[in-house]
Design a protein around this ligand. Sequence first.
Ligand code: GLN
Length: 211
Amino acid sequence: MTEKTIGVLALQGGYREHGAHLRDCGIEPVYVTRPEELDQCAGLIIPGGESSCLRRLLRGFEVDTAIVNAVKQDGMHVWGTCAGAILCADSVVGEEPCLGLIECEIERNIFGSQLSSFYEEVSIPGICETKERLVYIRAPGIRRIWGKTRSILTSHDVITAAENDQVLVTSFHPELSETRAFHFYFIAKCGLASHDARPHEWTRTAWMERG
Ligand code: GLN
């Protein structure tokens, strides 16, 4: 069997930007659209996009139950960014949960409309030691955590990053800024090795050139 890598769910949303960041960390990603592709994944990134749309596609392609099984039976790790975080949560305000992978309650669009999107510069011990730009786009926020979930970051009194041993959720989009700290962190969480493989100066549209 070939060595496992990191998968990026590629049904909708910002999967190519995540793929480009993974390549910059020395990981060749597998873009996942079918259940059987999860066999290659030590970890899976569920990107930002629109959670209601992603939810329907996950069901339609029967990838939702395959993800849950891979997490529970094969120890696969998952990182949900923004809409991806909504799909991972055990509880979603006003909606049925989707994958139910992490003990937390999340609220969609907690900071307001698209016009209330923002960024902040933060450092997080153990993940990014220097200040990095985090981009929030019509982001969700975590209202409550319980059980084995640990809070990683709070912004405007709302938890915006949390994790348990297998699952990481972030309200923001590290794939849209220069930092690769979160990608390095997730790769290590999945037990894989990474290295600095950035070929050139990062630009916001680098992923368009490299696919
Ligand atoms: N507001 C979107 C949702 O609720 C998430 C936005 C994003 O992923 N940037 O699904």
